[in-house]
Write a protein that binds this ligand. Structure first.
Ligand SMILES: Cc1ncc(COP(=O)(O)O)c(C=O)c1O
Length: 472
Protein backbone atom coordinates (compact mmCIF):
# COMPACT_ATOMS: atom_id res chain seq x y z
CA UNK A 1 0.00 0.00 0.00
CA UNK A 2 2.59 2.46 1.08
CA UNK A 3 5.43 1.12 -1.06
CA UNK A 4 4.87 3.14 -4.19
CA UNK A 5 5.80 6.66 -3.06
CA UNK A 6 5.40 8.19 -6.50
CA UNK A 7 1.78 7.21 -6.80
CA UNK A 8 0.56 7.88 -3.25
CA UNK A 9 -0.47 11.09 -1.61
CA UNK A 10 -1.83 12.25 1.70
CA UNK A 11 -4.60 14.77 2.07
CA UNK A 12 -5.20 16.55 5.38
CA UNK A 13 -8.39 18.47 4.69
CA UNK A 14 -10.84 18.80 7.60
CA UNK A 15 -8.28 17.17 9.84
CA UNK A 16 -8.64 13.96 7.79
CA UNK A 17 -5.33 12.32 7.00
CA UNK A 18 -6.24 10.19 4.04
CA UNK A 19 -3.59 8.17 2.30
CA UNK A 20 -4.59 7.49 -1.29
CA UNK A 21 -2.91 5.08 -3.68
CA UNK A 22 -3.41 6.36 -7.19
CA UNK A 23 -2.64 3.73 -9.80
CA UNK A 24 -1.87 6.11 -12.65
CA UNK A 25 -2.49 9.69 -13.64
CA UNK A 26 -4.99 12.23 -12.41
CA UNK A 27 -8.11 10.68 -13.99
CA UNK A 28 -11.39 10.54 -12.05
CA UNK A 29 -11.47 6.79 -12.57
CA UNK A 30 -8.08 6.37 -10.88
CA UNK A 31 -9.13 8.60 -8.02
CA UNK A 32 -12.44 6.75 -7.59
CA UNK A 33 -10.54 3.45 -7.46
CA UNK A 34 -8.15 4.80 -4.84
CA UNK A 35 -11.05 5.91 -2.61
CA UNK A 36 -12.94 2.66 -3.26
CA UNK A 37 -9.87 0.74 -2.16
CA UNK A 38 -9.63 2.83 1.01
CA UNK A 39 -13.30 2.02 1.76
CA UNK A 40 -12.86 -1.66 0.88
CA UNK A 41 -9.89 -2.14 3.16
CA UNK A 42 -11.60 -0.30 6.00
CA UNK A 43 -9.09 2.55 6.07
CA UNK A 44 -12.05 4.84 5.43
CA UNK A 45 -14.67 3.59 7.88
CA UNK A 46 -18.43 3.90 7.40
CA UNK A 47 -19.71 7.44 7.95
CA UNK A 48 -16.23 8.97 7.84
CA UNK A 49 -16.02 12.37 6.19
CA UNK A 50 -14.19 13.07 2.97
CA UNK A 51 -12.78 16.43 1.96
CA UNK A 52 -14.95 18.68 -0.19
CA UNK A 53 -14.25 18.53 -3.94
CA UNK A 54 -12.40 21.86 -3.75
CA UNK A 55 -10.19 20.75 -0.86
CA UNK A 56 -9.35 17.38 -2.31
CA UNK A 57 -8.60 18.87 -5.72
CA UNK A 58 -6.21 21.34 -4.06
CA UNK A 59 -4.56 18.63 -1.94
CA UNK A 60 -3.99 16.31 -4.88
CA UNK A 61 -3.21 18.95 -7.50
CA UNK A 62 -5.98 17.77 -9.84
CA UNK A 63 -8.93 19.67 -11.29
CA UNK A 64 -12.09 20.02 -9.24
CA UNK A 65 -14.05 18.36 -12.09
CA UNK A 66 -11.91 15.22 -11.68
CA UNK A 67 -12.84 14.96 -8.01
CA UNK A 68 -16.53 15.74 -8.70
CA UNK A 69 -16.69 12.98 -11.33
CA UNK A 70 -14.99 10.50 -8.97
CA UNK A 71 -17.40 11.37 -6.14
CA UNK A 72 -20.42 11.10 -8.48
CA UNK A 73 -19.31 7.65 -9.59
CA UNK A 74 -18.80 6.48 -5.99
CA UNK A 75 -22.14 7.93 -4.99
CA UNK A 76 -23.89 6.07 -7.83
CA UNK A 77 -22.25 2.85 -6.62
CA UNK A 78 -23.50 3.47 -3.11
CA UNK A 79 -20.01 3.90 -1.61
CA UNK A 80 -20.41 7.60 -0.82
CA UNK A 81 -23.24 9.74 0.41
CA UNK A 82 -22.97 13.03 -1.46
CA UNK A 83 -25.53 15.74 -0.69
CA UNK A 84 -25.60 19.36 -1.74
CA UNK A 85 -24.14 21.60 0.96
CA UNK A 86 -22.75 18.81 3.20
CA UNK A 87 -19.39 17.06 3.27
CA UNK A 88 -19.36 13.70 1.48
CA UNK A 89 -19.37 10.67 3.75
CA UNK A 90 -18.62 7.01 3.34
CA UNK A 91 -22.00 5.34 3.02
CA UNK A 92 -21.47 1.61 3.02
CA UNK A 93 -19.46 -0.82 5.05
CA UNK A 94 -16.44 -2.27 3.25
CA UNK A 95 -17.92 -5.39 1.66
CA UNK A 96 -15.52 -7.78 3.39
CA UNK A 97 -18.08 -8.75 6.06
CA UNK A 98 -15.78 -10.20 8.70
CA UNK A 99 -17.17 -8.69 11.88
CA UNK A 100 -16.33 -11.16 14.66
CA UNK A 101 -19.69 -10.57 16.37
CA UNK A 102 -21.49 -11.96 13.31
CA UNK A 103 -19.60 -15.25 13.30
CA UNK A 104 -22.63 -17.56 13.63
CA UNK A 105 -23.91 -16.19 10.35
CA UNK A 106 -20.68 -16.55 8.38
CA UNK A 107 -22.36 -18.56 5.63
CA UNK A 108 -24.42 -15.47 4.85
CA UNK A 109 -21.55 -13.05 4.77
CA UNK A 110 -20.58 -11.70 1.47
CA UNK A 111 -18.00 -9.83 -0.52
CA UNK A 112 -20.65 -8.90 -3.03
CA UNK A 113 -21.48 -5.25 -3.48
CA UNK A 114 -25.29 -5.28 -3.56
CA UNK A 115 -26.59 -6.69 -0.31
CA UNK A 116 -30.04 -8.20 -0.84
CA UNK A 117 -29.66 -10.89 1.78
CA UNK A 118 -32.89 -11.77 3.59
CA UNK A 119 -33.29 -11.28 7.32
CA UNK A 120 -31.77 -7.82 7.67
CA UNK A 121 -33.61 -4.54 8.15
CA UNK A 122 -32.25 -1.28 6.74
CA UNK A 123 -29.60 -0.73 9.38
CA UNK A 124 -28.92 2.80 8.16
CA UNK A 125 -32.49 3.65 9.27
CA UNK A 126 -31.80 2.76 12.91
CA UNK A 127 -33.52 5.53 14.92
CA UNK A 128 -30.35 6.87 16.52
CA UNK A 129 -31.86 10.13 17.74
CA UNK A 130 -34.87 8.49 19.36
CA UNK A 131 -32.65 5.77 20.83
CA UNK A 132 -30.21 8.34 22.25
CA UNK A 133 -33.09 10.34 23.75
CA UNK A 134 -34.58 7.22 25.34
CA UNK A 135 -31.16 6.17 26.63
CA UNK A 136 -30.55 9.60 28.16
CA UNK A 137 -33.84 9.36 29.97
CA UNK A 138 -33.06 5.86 31.19
CA UNK A 139 -29.67 7.04 32.45
CA UNK A 140 -31.22 9.99 34.27
CA UNK A 141 -34.08 8.16 35.91
CA UNK A 142 -32.70 4.74 36.85
CA UNK A 143 -31.98 4.20 40.55
CA UNK A 144 -28.50 2.97 41.47
CA UNK A 145 -30.08 -0.16 43.01
CA UNK A 146 -31.39 -1.20 39.61
CA UNK A 147 -27.84 -1.61 38.32
CA UNK A 148 -27.33 -4.62 40.58
CA UNK A 149 -27.74 -8.22 39.29
CA UNK A 150 -31.23 -7.98 37.91
CA UNK A 151 -34.22 -10.24 37.46
CA UNK A 152 -33.06 -13.24 35.37
CA UNK A 153 -36.17 -12.87 33.24
CA UNK A 154 -35.47 -9.23 32.38
CA UNK A 155 -36.10 -5.80 33.87
CA UNK A 156 -39.71 -5.41 35.09
CA UNK A 157 -40.03 -2.01 33.33
CA UNK A 158 -39.29 -3.59 29.94
CA UNK A 159 -41.55 -6.56 30.61
CA UNK A 160 -44.41 -4.23 31.57
CA UNK A 161 -43.89 -2.06 28.46
CA UNK A 162 -43.73 -5.19 26.26
CA UNK A 163 -46.94 -6.62 27.73
CA UNK A 164 -48.78 -3.41 26.77
CA UNK A 165 -47.18 -3.20 23.32
CA UNK A 166 -47.76 -6.85 22.39
CA UNK A 167 -51.38 -6.76 23.55
CA UNK A 168 -52.03 -3.59 21.55
CA UNK A 169 -50.21 -4.41 18.31
CA UNK A 170 -50.28 -8.22 18.04
CA UNK A 171 -53.25 -9.18 20.21
CA UNK A 172 -50.98 -11.26 22.48
CA UNK A 173 -52.30 -12.18 25.95
CA UNK A 174 -49.32 -11.00 27.95
CA UNK A 175 -48.55 -9.99 31.49
CA UNK A 176 -45.14 -8.85 32.74
CA UNK A 177 -44.87 -12.05 34.85
CA UNK A 178 -45.09 -14.25 31.75
CA UNK A 179 -42.49 -12.34 29.73
CA UNK A 180 -38.81 -13.29 29.55
CA UNK A 181 -36.34 -10.94 27.88
CA UNK A 182 -33.79 -12.77 25.69
CA UNK A 183 -30.87 -11.91 23.44
CA UNK A 184 -32.55 -12.78 20.15
CA UNK A 185 -34.86 -15.52 18.94
CA UNK A 186 -31.98 -17.94 18.54
CA UNK A 187 -31.02 -17.44 22.15
CA UNK A 188 -34.66 -17.84 23.18
CA UNK A 189 -34.85 -21.10 21.22
CA UNK A 190 -31.71 -22.37 22.94
CA UNK A 191 -33.23 -21.61 26.37
CA UNK A 192 -36.50 -23.31 25.38
CA UNK A 193 -34.65 -26.36 24.04
CA UNK A 194 -32.85 -26.74 27.38
CA UNK A 195 -36.14 -26.40 29.26
CA UNK A 196 -37.97 -28.87 27.01
CA UNK A 197 -35.09 -31.35 27.26
CA UNK A 198 -35.16 -31.12 31.06
CA UNK A 199 -38.93 -31.69 30.98
CA UNK A 200 -38.32 -34.95 29.08
CA UNK A 201 -38.73 -33.92 25.42
CA UNK A 202 -36.55 -35.84 22.96
CA UNK A 203 -37.60 -34.13 19.74
CA UNK A 204 -39.07 -30.96 18.34
CA UNK A 205 -40.92 -30.35 15.06
CA UNK A 206 -40.12 -27.52 12.68
CA UNK A 207 -41.76 -26.30 9.52
CA UNK A 208 -40.00 -27.70 6.47
CA UNK A 209 -38.79 -25.43 4.84
CA UNK A 210 -37.42 -23.15 7.55
CA UNK A 211 -34.34 -21.12 8.35
CA UNK A 212 -31.50 -23.67 8.59
CA UNK A 213 -29.50 -21.94 11.31
CA UNK A 214 -32.61 -21.83 13.54
CA UNK A 215 -33.58 -25.47 13.28
CA UNK A 216 -29.99 -26.42 14.13
CA UNK A 217 -30.35 -24.80 17.59
CA UNK A 218 -32.46 -27.48 19.35
CA UNK A 219 -30.32 -30.15 17.65
CA UNK A 220 -27.25 -28.74 19.38
CA UNK A 221 -29.16 -28.96 22.67
CA UNK A 222 -29.70 -32.71 22.11
CA UNK A 223 -33.24 -32.65 20.67
CA UNK A 224 -34.03 -34.50 17.45
CA UNK A 225 -35.44 -32.10 14.85
CA UNK A 226 -38.26 -33.32 12.56
CA UNK A 227 -39.49 -31.44 9.50
CA UNK A 228 -43.24 -30.98 8.91
CA UNK A 229 -44.41 -29.98 5.40
CA UNK A 230 -46.09 -26.64 4.72
CA UNK A 231 -48.41 -25.52 1.93
CA UNK A 232 -50.28 -22.33 1.02
CA UNK A 233 -52.26 -22.50 4.30
CA UNK A 234 -49.20 -23.03 6.48
CA UNK A 235 -48.11 -26.10 8.43
CA UNK A 236 -49.68 -29.52 7.73
CA UNK A 237 -51.12 -29.91 11.23
CA UNK A 238 -51.91 -33.60 10.77
CA UNK A 239 -48.20 -34.37 10.34
CA UNK A 240 -47.08 -32.86 13.68
CA UNK A 241 -45.86 -35.51 16.15
CA UNK A 242 -43.37 -34.04 18.63
CA UNK A 243 -43.96 -32.61 22.12
CA UNK A 244 -43.24 -29.14 20.67
CA UNK A 245 -43.47 -27.50 17.26
CA UNK A 246 -41.95 -24.24 15.97
CA UNK A 247 -44.07 -22.26 13.49
CA UNK A 248 -44.04 -18.90 11.68
CA UNK A 249 -47.82 -18.36 11.31
CA UNK A 250 -47.81 -14.65 10.40
CA UNK A 251 -45.40 -15.10 7.49
CA UNK A 252 -44.01 -18.55 6.85
CA UNK A 253 -40.25 -18.41 6.44
CA UNK A 254 -39.16 -18.58 3.66
CA UNK A 255 -42.26 -19.27 1.51
CA UNK A 256 -44.29 -16.34 2.85
CA UNK A 257 -47.79 -17.82 3.42
CA UNK A 258 -49.97 -16.81 6.37
CA UNK A 259 -51.35 -19.73 8.35
CA UNK A 260 -55.10 -19.94 7.69
CA UNK A 261 -57.60 -19.54 10.53
CA UNK A 262 -58.67 -23.18 10.02
CA UNK A 263 -55.11 -24.44 10.48
CA UNK A 264 -54.52 -22.15 13.46
CA UNK A 265 -57.53 -23.57 15.24
CA UNK A 266 -56.61 -27.15 14.34
CA UNK A 267 -53.02 -26.65 15.52
CA UNK A 268 -54.14 -25.24 18.88
CA UNK A 269 -56.84 -27.90 19.37
CA UNK A 270 -54.38 -30.73 18.68
CA UNK A 271 -51.79 -29.11 20.97
CA UNK A 272 -54.33 -29.05 23.82
CA UNK A 273 -55.36 -32.70 23.41
CA UNK A 274 -51.87 -34.04 22.72
CA UNK A 275 -50.19 -31.81 25.35
CA UNK A 276 -47.83 -30.14 22.94
CA UNK A 277 -46.13 -26.74 23.15
CA UNK A 278 -46.34 -24.48 20.12
CA UNK A 279 -43.49 -22.01 19.65
CA UNK A 280 -44.72 -19.05 17.59
CA UNK A 281 -41.80 -17.31 15.88
CA UNK A 282 -43.30 -13.87 15.12
CA UNK A 283 -40.09 -12.56 13.56
CA UNK A 284 -41.64 -9.96 11.21
CA UNK A 285 -45.32 -9.77 12.26
CA UNK A 286 -45.19 -5.93 12.37
CA UNK A 287 -44.68 -5.75 8.61
CA UNK A 288 -47.85 -6.60 6.73
CA UNK A 289 -48.44 -4.35 3.73
CA UNK A 290 -51.66 -5.34 2.01
CA UNK A 291 -53.97 -5.21 5.08
CA UNK A 292 -53.99 -5.12 8.85
CA UNK A 293 -51.71 -7.77 10.33
CA UNK A 294 -53.39 -11.00 11.39
CA UNK A 295 -53.02 -11.17 15.17
CA UNK A 296 -50.71 -13.61 16.87
CA UNK A 297 -51.60 -17.30 17.12
CA UNK A 298 -50.83 -17.08 20.84
CA UNK A 299 -54.14 -15.38 21.62
CA UNK A 300 -56.01 -18.53 20.57
CA UNK A 301 -54.19 -20.68 23.12
CA UNK A 302 -52.12 -18.64 25.62
CA UNK A 303 -51.57 -21.74 27.77
CA UNK A 304 -50.17 -23.74 24.88
CA UNK A 305 -48.26 -21.21 22.81
CA UNK A 306 -44.84 -19.73 23.53
CA UNK A 307 -44.79 -16.42 21.68
CA UNK A 308 -41.34 -15.22 20.50
CA UNK A 309 -40.71 -11.70 19.22
CA UNK A 310 -37.52 -9.83 18.38
CA UNK A 311 -36.06 -6.40 17.58
CA UNK A 312 -33.86 -7.98 14.89
CA UNK A 313 -36.23 -6.89 12.10
CA UNK A 314 -37.71 -3.74 13.63
CA UNK A 315 -34.45 -2.18 14.92
CA UNK A 316 -31.25 -4.17 14.38
CA UNK A 317 -30.00 -7.74 14.98
CA UNK A 318 -26.92 -6.29 16.66
CA UNK A 319 -29.03 -5.05 19.56
CA UNK A 320 -29.64 -8.62 20.67
CA UNK A 321 -33.00 -7.96 22.32
CA UNK A 322 -36.01 -10.24 22.07
CA UNK A 323 -38.76 -11.65 24.26
CA UNK A 324 -40.80 -14.73 25.01
CA UNK A 325 -44.36 -14.68 26.31
CA UNK A 326 -44.75 -17.99 28.13
CA UNK A 327 -47.69 -20.22 28.92
CA UNK A 328 -48.25 -20.36 32.68
CA UNK A 329 -47.02 -23.96 32.72
CA UNK A 330 -43.52 -23.03 31.51
CA UNK A 331 -42.83 -19.88 33.56
CA UNK A 332 -41.22 -21.68 36.54
CA UNK A 333 -38.99 -23.96 34.44
CA UNK A 334 -37.77 -21.13 32.20
CA UNK A 335 -37.07 -18.89 35.20
CA UNK A 336 -35.07 -21.71 36.78
CA UNK A 337 -32.91 -22.22 33.65
CA UNK A 338 -32.41 -18.46 33.23
CA UNK A 339 -31.31 -18.12 36.86
CA UNK A 340 -28.86 -20.98 36.40
CA UNK A 341 -27.40 -19.53 33.18
CA UNK A 342 -27.41 -15.97 34.50
CA UNK A 343 -27.78 -14.38 31.07
CA UNK A 344 -29.75 -11.16 30.70
CA UNK A 345 -29.22 -8.35 28.19
CA UNK A 346 -27.53 -5.22 29.61
CA UNK A 347 -29.88 -3.25 31.84
CA UNK A 348 -29.56 0.11 30.07
CA UNK A 349 -30.35 -1.47 26.69
CA UNK A 350 -33.46 -3.00 28.23
CA UNK A 351 -34.49 0.29 29.83
CA UNK A 352 -33.88 2.21 26.61
CA UNK A 353 -36.14 -0.15 24.71
CA UNK A 354 -38.75 0.17 27.47
CA UNK A 355 -38.60 3.96 27.09
CA UNK A 356 -38.91 3.70 23.27
CA UNK A 357 -42.01 1.53 23.71
CA UNK A 358 -43.55 3.80 26.34
CA UNK A 359 -42.94 7.04 24.46
CA UNK A 360 -44.36 5.75 21.15
CA UNK A 361 -41.08 6.25 19.26
CA UNK A 362 -40.78 2.50 18.67
CA UNK A 363 -44.23 2.52 17.02
CA UNK A 364 -43.25 5.55 14.94
CA UNK A 365 -40.09 3.87 13.73
CA UNK A 366 -41.93 0.66 12.84
CA UNK A 367 -44.52 2.69 10.90
CA UNK A 368 -41.80 4.50 8.94
CA UNK A 369 -40.03 1.25 8.11
CA UNK A 370 -43.31 -0.39 7.12
CA UNK A 371 -43.99 2.36 4.58
CA UNK A 372 -40.46 2.14 3.21
CA UNK A 373 -40.41 -1.67 2.91
CA UNK A 374 -43.87 -1.66 1.33
CA UNK A 375 -42.56 0.69 -1.40
CA UNK A 376 -39.45 -1.42 -1.92
CA UNK A 377 -41.42 -4.61 -2.24
CA UNK A 378 -43.79 -3.03 -4.76
CA UNK A 379 -40.85 -1.79 -6.80
CA UNK A 380 -39.20 -5.20 -6.95
CA UNK A 381 -42.43 -7.02 -7.77
CA UNK A 382 -43.34 -4.50 -10.52
CA UNK A 383 -39.81 -4.61 -11.96
CA UNK A 384 -40.04 -8.41 -12.15
CA UNK A 385 -43.51 -8.31 -13.72
CA UNK A 386 -42.37 -5.81 -16.35
CA UNK A 387 -39.14 -7.60 -17.15
CA UNK A 388 -38.50 -10.14 -19.85
CA UNK A 389 -37.86 -12.68 -17.12
CA UNK A 390 -41.48 -12.87 -15.95
CA UNK A 391 -42.01 -16.39 -17.32
CA UNK A 392 -39.26 -17.81 -15.13
CA UNK A 393 -39.97 -16.22 -11.77
CA UNK A 394 -42.98 -16.49 -9.49
CA UNK A 395 -43.20 -14.24 -6.43
CA UNK A 396 -44.46 -16.45 -3.58
CA UNK A 397 -46.36 -15.51 -0.44
CA UNK A 398 -48.17 -12.48 0.88
CA UNK A 399 -47.15 -8.80 0.75
CA UNK A 400 -45.33 -8.67 4.06
CA UNK A 401 -41.99 -8.76 5.79
CA UNK A 402 -38.49 -8.01 4.66
CA UNK A 403 -38.00 -10.63 1.98
CA UNK A 404 -39.44 -11.76 -1.31
CA UNK A 405 -39.23 -15.39 -2.36
CA UNK A 406 -39.12 -16.09 -6.08
CA UNK A 407 -39.82 -19.59 -7.30
CA UNK A 408 -38.04 -20.57 -10.49
CA UNK A 409 -39.74 -22.09 -13.48
CA UNK A 410 -38.61 -25.74 -13.68
CA UNK A 411 -38.24 -25.21 -17.45
CA UNK A 412 -35.95 -22.21 -16.96
CA UNK A 413 -32.40 -21.83 -15.61
CA UNK A 414 -31.56 -23.78 -12.46
CA UNK A 415 -31.17 -22.16 -9.04
CA UNK A 416 -27.44 -22.80 -9.18
CA UNK A 417 -27.21 -21.01 -12.49
CA UNK A 418 -29.24 -18.08 -11.21
CA UNK A 419 -27.04 -17.80 -8.12
CA UNK A 420 -23.97 -17.79 -10.36
CA UNK A 421 -25.53 -14.95 -12.35
CA UNK A 422 -26.18 -13.08 -9.12
CA UNK A 423 -22.57 -13.46 -8.03
CA UNK A 424 -21.33 -12.34 -11.43
CA UNK A 425 -23.35 -9.13 -10.98
CA UNK A 426 -22.14 -8.79 -7.38
CA UNK A 427 -25.66 -9.27 -5.97
CA UNK A 428 -26.01 -11.15 -2.66
CA UNK A 429 -29.24 -13.18 -2.30
CA UNK A 430 -29.95 -16.67 -0.94
CA UNK A 431 -31.00 -19.83 -2.72
CA UNK A 432 -34.38 -21.26 -1.71
CA UNK A 433 -33.62 -24.98 -1.97
CA UNK A 434 -31.24 -24.98 1.03
CA UNK A 435 -34.17 -24.30 3.36
CA UNK A 436 -35.60 -27.84 3.18
CA UNK A 437 -34.57 -30.64 5.53
CA UNK A 438 -36.25 -33.20 3.30
CA UNK A 439 -34.16 -33.20 0.12
CA UNK A 440 -36.97 -34.69 -1.98
CA UNK A 441 -39.16 -31.66 -1.28
CA UNK A 442 -36.59 -29.05 -2.31
CA UNK A 443 -37.80 -26.32 -4.64
CA UNK A 444 -35.66 -24.00 -6.72
CA UNK A 445 -35.84 -20.28 -6.09
CA UNK A 446 -34.25 -17.15 -4.74
CA UNK A 447 -34.83 -15.42 -1.41
CA UNK A 448 -34.32 -11.68 -1.75
CA UNK A 449 -34.04 -9.33 1.22
CA UNK A 450 -35.25 -5.97 -0.04
CA UNK A 451 -34.93 -4.24 3.33
CA UNK A 452 -31.16 -4.71 3.62
CA UNK A 453 -29.74 -1.96 1.37
CA UNK A 454 -29.52 1.51 2.88
CA UNK A 455 -32.10 3.86 1.32
CA UNK A 456 -29.61 5.57 -0.97
CA UNK A 457 -28.36 2.23 -2.37
CA UNK A 458 -31.75 0.62 -3.00
CA UNK A 459 -32.21 1.87 -6.60
CA UNK A 460 -28.78 0.64 -7.62
CA UNK A 461 -29.31 -2.67 -5.82
CA UNK A 462 -32.61 -3.16 -7.66
CA UNK A 463 -30.97 -2.31 -10.99
CA UNK A 464 -28.17 -4.79 -10.32
CA UNK A 465 -30.72 -7.46 -9.34
CA UNK A 466 -32.73 -6.93 -12.53
CA UNK A 467 -29.60 -7.09 -14.64
CA UNK A 468 -28.66 -10.35 -12.95
CA UNK A 469 -32.18 -11.79 -13.45
CA UNK A 470 -32.25 -10.92 -17.16
CA UNK A 471 -31.25 -13.73 -19.48
CA UNK A 472 -27.70 -13.04 -20.69
C1 LIG B 1 -37.54 -16.98 10.55
C2 LIG B 1 -36.78 -16.11 11.49
N1 LIG B 1 -37.04 -16.18 12.79
C3 LIG B 1 -36.39 -15.42 13.69
C4 LIG B 1 -35.42 -14.55 13.30
C5 LIG B 1 -34.78 -13.65 14.32
O1 LIG B 1 -33.74 -14.21 14.93
P1 LIG B 1 -32.89 -13.35 15.98
O2 LIG B 1 -33.84 -12.66 16.92
O3 LIG B 1 -32.05 -14.39 16.64
O4 LIG B 1 -32.09 -12.36 15.18
C6 LIG B 1 -35.07 -14.48 11.97
C7 LIG B 1 -33.98 -13.61 11.55
O5 LIG B 1 -33.37 -13.73 10.49
C8 LIG B 1 -35.79 -15.25 11.03
O6 LIG B 1 -35.53 -15.14 9.72
Amino acid sequence: MHGNESSSQSTRSLGLDLHLDRPSGPSSRALAEAIREAVRTGRLPVHSRLPSTRELAADLGVSRGTVTRAYDQLSAEGHLLVRQGTVPRVATAPPTGTSPTALPLTRRQTRLRWDLLPGKPDLSAFPRTAWARAQQRALRTTDAAELDYGDPCGHPALRTALAEYLGRTRGVHATAERIVVCEGHRHALAVLSTVLGELGAESIDFEDPCLPHLCEVPGRGGLRVRGVPVDGEGLDVTAVRGPAVVVTPAHQYPLGATMSQRRREALCAAAATEQRWIVEDDYDGEFRFDREPVGALQRLAPDQVVYSGTTSKTLAPGLGLSWLVLPRGLVGAVREVRTRLGLVPPVFEQLTLAEMLRSGSYDQHVRRCRASYRRRRLRIVSAIRESRTRHELYPAGIAAGLHLTLRLDPEGPSEERMLRRMRRHSVAVEGLSDHWMNERERQAGLVIGYAAPPGHAFDNSLRALMRALSPS
